[in-house]
Design a protein around this ligand. Structure first.
Ligand code: SF4
Length: 75
């Protein structure tokens, strides 16, 4: 879990991520894949960037959740 901004929670499931870097390429302000080969969510990204990166993930490792309702926002 990584609460990046009020009202939205980003989760990168490190058990699912296979390090393709699609998320970071689609949204470099929102995700980074470092030496670990596993994506990390970055603070301060816009909702649009977080969504773009989540949608670019080929294995569904990134999910966004509404903190108020707990509802899954994407994928
Ligand atoms: S696109 Fe998905 S699998 Fe690829 S690095 Fe990002 S989170 Fe991991």
């Amino acid at each position: 879990m990584n609460p990046l901004r009020p009202g939205l929670r980003v989760v990168v499931d490190k058990r699912i991520c296979v390090g393709t870097t699609n998320c970071a390429e689609a949204a470099p302000d929102a995700y980074d894949v470092g030496d670990s080969g596993i994506a990390e969510a970055l603070e301060g990204a816009s909702n649009e960037a977080m969504l773009a990166g989540a949608r670019a993930c080929p294995v569904g490792a990134i999910t966004l959740h509404d903190l108020a309702t707990g509802q899954l926002v994407t994928p």
